[in-house]
Write a protein that binds this ligand. Structure first.
Ligand code: PHE
Length: 341
C-alpha cells in the first residue's frame, strides 16, 4: 500500500506540475482527491491493514493528500500569474498612437450671418426678442392694418389652423412689432428674428418656411432719417464702409410712408451683372414709419411717439453673402455643403 501511495503521489504531482489550464488542474483534483478519486480508493482499503501498520500508512496518506493539495495550489497560482501576464501583454495601450479624430459640427452658415447681424444691433442698443410662430390672425394681419378681405389674408397664401381663419402660422415677423408694443415700456429698440411660413412651392428661390428679421424703434422724435442711418450703419458693418444704398417708395399697410431698400451690387458696383440680374442693385428689405393707426391700436400716442420698422429675409441675405445659388441647399443640411463655410 505504501508503494501504491508513493506511486500516486509521484504521478499526481508530475501531472499537476504539467497542467496547462485551470480546467486540467481541476480534472486532476477530481481524479486523485475526489470522492471516487484514486487516493480516496486507497484509503478505503485501510481497514484491511494490521493495527500497527494502520497509523503509519494513515500518516503517509495524509502526507500525500497534503502534497497533492499543495501542488494544486502552487500550480493554480502559476497559471493565474501566467494568464494575467498574457492579458497585460494583449491589452497593452500604446499611448503614442494618435487619438481617433472626432468630427466637430459647427454653426449653420445662415445662423453665422444672423449672429453677425445680431451683434451689430446689440452694439446699437437693440434688444433681441424671439417669440411664437403660431399666431392669431389679429396679430399677423388686423393689428398691422391688414383688414379682413385683404388679398394678403387669402387661404392660398397662408397656413391656417382653423376654418374661421383666426389662427395661423405667421406669414411675416411683423406681428412681433405688436407684441413688443403691447409688452414693453417705451422707448423700444428691438429686432425679432424667426421663422415665417407661406404656401409656396419649393424651388431655387422659394420655400414654405423661411426666416425674417423684424426691426423696430419707437421713441419721441424718431424720423425716417433714423431708419436710414441705422440701416446704412448695419449694411456697412456687414458689407464694408463703401456700401451704397438706395431707398425707393413702396407700400405696406402698416407703415406710412413705406420704402424698399436696395444695396448697390457688391459684385459689379452698379454696372449690372448676373448677381444683380443686370439691375446694378439688389433689393434687400421693406421698411417704413410705423402707421399711426398701428401705434394707436397698441395704445401708443402717435402725436407724442413715432417709430420705424423694417423686415427682411435672412435666407436671401445669406445666399448673397456666400454666393449660394440655390435656396434648397440651406435647408437640406448636407454636411458636404455645410462644411464649406
Ligand atoms: N413684413 C413685410 C414683408 O414680409 C416687411 C416689412 C416689415 C415692411 C416691416 C415694413 C416694415 O414683406
Amino acid at each position: 500500500m505504501r508503494e501504491k501511495l508513493e506511486a500516486i503521489r509521484a504521478a499526481a504531482v508530475a501531472a499537476m506540475e504539467n497542467a496547462d489550464k485551470a480546467e486540467e488542474l481541476e480534472a486532476l483534483r477530481v481524479q486523485y482527491l475526489g470522492k471516487k478519486g484514486e487516493l480516496t480508493a486507497v484509503l478505503k482499503q485501510m481497514g484491511k491493514l494490521s493495527a500497527e501498520e494502520r497509523p503509519v500508512v494513515g500518516q503517509l496518506a495524509n502526507d500525500v493528500r497534503a502534497k497533492l493539495e499543495a501542488a494544486i495550489e502552487a500550480r493554480a497560482e502559476q497559471l493565474a500569474r501566467r494568464a494575467m501576464a498574457a492579458r497585460l501583454l494583449a491589452e497593452t495601450v500604446d499611448v503614442t498612437i494618435p487619438g481617433a479624430p472626432r468630427k466637430l459640427g459647427k454653426r449653420h452658415p445662415m445662423y453665422q450671418v444672423l449672429d453677425e447681424i445680431e451683434d451689430i444691433f446689440i452694439g446699437l442698443g437693440f434688444e433681441i426678442i424671439e417669440d411664437r410662430e403660431v399666431e392669431l390672425a389679429e396679430y399677423n394681419f388686423t393689428k398691422l392694418n391688414v383688414e379682413e378681405g385683404h388679398p394678403a389674408r387669402e387661404w392660398t397664401d397662408t397656413f391656417y389652423f382653423t376654418d374661421d381663419s383666426s389662427i395661423l402660422l405667421r406669414t411675416q415677423t411683423s406681428p412681433m412689432q405688436i407684441h413688443a408694443m403691447e409688452t414693453r415700456p417705451l422707448p423700444i429698440r428691438m429686432i425679432a428674428p424667426g421663422r415665417v411660413y407661406r404656401k409656396d412651392e419649393v424651388d431655387a428661390t422659394h420655400s414654405p418656411m423661411f426666416h425674417q428679421i423684424e426691426g423696430m424703434a419707437i421713441d419721441k422724435g424718431i424720423t425716417m432719417a433714423d431708419l436710414k442711418g441705422t440701416l446704412n450703419t448695419v449694411v456697412r458693418s456687414l458689407y464694408g464702409a463703401d456700401t451704397v444704398t438706395r431707398f425707393r417708395p413702396h407700400h405696406f399697410p402698416f407703415t406710412e410712408p413705406s420704402c424698399e431698400m436696395d444695396i448697390q451690387c457688391y459684385k459689379c458696383h452698379g454696372a449690372g451683372c448676373p448677381t444683380c440680374k443686370g439691375e446694378g442693385w439688389i433689393e434687400v428689405l421693406g421698411a417704413g414709419m410705423i402707421h399711426p393707426k398701428v401705434l394707436e391700436g397698441c395704445g401708443i400716442d402717435s402725436k407724442v411717439y413715432s417709430g420705424w420698422a423694417f423686415g427682411f429675409g435672412l435666407e436671401r441675405l445669406a445666399l448673397g453673402q456666400y454666393k449660394i445659388s440655390d435656396l434648397r441647399l440651406i435647408f437640406e443640411n448636407d454636411v458636404r455643403f455645410l462644411e464649406q463655410f
